[in-house]
Design a protein around this ligand. Structure first.
Ligand code: SAM
Length: 336
């Protein structure tokens, strides 16, 4: 069923871990001028008010983002600065969007990526909302909506300038109530598409991206017993269509056995260059508790293992977690 509502968990330790690492992954794409694509397969509502009833009922953010904001460890600067500047707690779509670049002037020597010619200052990013198609939630999951990201500015009559196309985000959300605020959030944004469809289908339908480089972020609710198998299948499907893409999948750690099985099955897919970064709040013995969580990354960017370790260490320290068995692991699941 679709019982999971992320509003109860926003800003908890798992969110801090996944979002701090996600920010680092997205930033890695900005090292090159060519545009990139991000697919957020399980997007949620986009951003969260930590003062609302759902968040206050669980108080999970008190032991999560509120502690990190108070302690401000250095490796989390980028993430914490974004959280602070965005006001409401940013879910993955808001965080990714904040890191994306608008269309930019073509740099000398840039030869990859498709550039189009526009008037200076009249790129898609600066003319956001003329003739936007209706984005109401009126179709079913099959009525995927596409925004103006595909439209191109008209060629100018004079003073042409080569522009790099803007970075692009596609978000999928299958909960009929959660997709409404998500759509509203990006209604006027030509760089973001919101799809009312299953993220698992999107791994087929939206890959490979025309940009040829990008990140696929997979953050399912883990409501059902077989979710690890579903993630493995999804990664296989996505990777077969976009083998150079970076894939990052979050997973819960209750007991070690399920996680070991997940890693073993991934290794058996034959996909190369896979690492996992895991954060343990405590030894994973009680199967009823979320004792930790991990982020699995295929094709990690240069130096991500080291940076990811530093980020995860900083999250753990910032949370003030001192139960026995607390720690961070970086695991190489498959070699390059
Ligand atoms: N990624 C979000 C973030 O970091 O802010 C949080 C996502 S939350 C853990 C999982 C979301 O997936 C929920 O909003 C749920 O409604 C949605 N969902 C469940 N099944 C889905 C599916 N098959 N496709 C897309 N979204 C789905």
């Amino acid at each position: 069923g679709m019982n999971y509502r992320h509003a109860y968990h926003a800003g908890n330790f798992a969110d801090c871990f996944k979002h701090a690492l996600l920010a680092d992954l997205v930033d890695a794409f900005a090292r090159k001028p060519t545009p990139y694509f991000v697919l957020d397969t399980h997007a949620g509502v986009g951003r969260y008010d930590l003062e609302d009833d759902a968040a206050r009922r669980t108080g999970e953010a008190d032991a999560g983002i509120r502690r990190l904001l108070a302690s401000q460890p250095a490796p989390l600067r980028r993430y914490l600065d974004l959280v602070r500047s965005l006001g409401l707690y940013p879910g993955s779509p808001t965080l990714i969007r904040a890191l994306m670049r608008p269309a930019g002037a073509n740099l000398a020597g840039e030869r990859h990526g498709r550039c189009h010619t526009v008037m200076p200052g009249a790129g898609p990013a600066s003319t956001p909302c003329d003739a936007e198609p209706d984005k109401g939630v009126d179709g079913g999951p099959s009525a995927a909506m596409t925004t103006g990201a595909d439209r191109r500015a008209r060629p100018p009559k004079s003073a042409p300038m080569l522009m790099r196309p803007a970075d692009r985000l596609a978000c999928c959300e299958l909960h009929p109530e959660d997709v409404i605020p998500l759509r509203r959030l990006f209604h006027h944004d030509p760089q973001v598409e919101v799809h009312f469809r299953s993220g698992w289908d999107a791994l087929k339908a939206l890959l490979p991206p025309r940009e040829k480089r990008g990140l696929v972020f997979i953050d399912p609710p883990f409501e059902s017993q077989d979710e690890f198998a579903v993630v493995t299948e999804g990664l296989k499907r996505g990777h077969s269509r976009f083998s150079h893409g970076v894939f990052a999948a979050w997973y819960p750690i209750k007991q070690r056995a399920a996680v070991r099985g997940f890693h073993a099955n991934l290794k058996m897919t034959g996909i190369r260059d896979i690492i996992a970064i895991e954060l343990y709040l405590r030894a994973p013995t009680n199967a009823e508790r979320l004792n930790g969580c991990g982020l699995l990354v295929i094709n990690p960017p240069y130096r991500f293992a080291e940076q990811g370790q530093a980020i995860a260490d900083a999250v753990l320290r910032g949370l003030g977690q001192d139960e026995s068995g607390a720690g961070v692991d970086v695991i190489r699941i498959a070699d390059e």
